[in-house]
Design a protein. Structure first.
Length: 113
């Protein structure tokens, strides 16, 4: 089980229903999941906005404490985690309100044939 540095102080559990997603639990029971693609995208923000990275992590914590059960997904169209009663958020759902942006250059060309 991979231990993510940002949440090294939290209890990490294995969810047999979601074996590819990291599950973290606060002492009060608030729970969140991190999909691998979400974490990869989060690391891109860390590279580009090292000085604001802690703001992103703090915002994630606020969201979890407010909603109690959150799944941080890599893509709206292809989430791999299924948790009843959870809210699902992408990295952009966290960073855009903080006005922290990384351009997605992986999209196709805008040029026609």
């Amino acid at each position: 089980m991979e231990k993510y540095y940002e949440w090294k102080d939290l209890r990490q559990e294995i969810d047999p229903q979601n074996p590819y997603t990291a599950k973290f639990v606060y002492d009060n029971g608030d729970t969140f999941y991190i999909e691998p693609v979400f974490y990869l995208k989060l690391q891109a923000f860390k590279l580009h906005y090292e000085d604001r990275y802690s703001n992103i992590i703090e915002e994630m914590e606020r969201i979890v404490k407010r909603n109690h059960l959150v799944v941080f997904i890599g893509d709206d169209d292809e989430e791999i985690t299924d948790v009843n009663g959870a809210i699902y958020l992408t990295v952009q759902d966290i960073t855009n309100p903080l006005q922290i942006y990384v351009e997605d250059k992986s999209r196709g060309s805008d040029y026609g044939d």
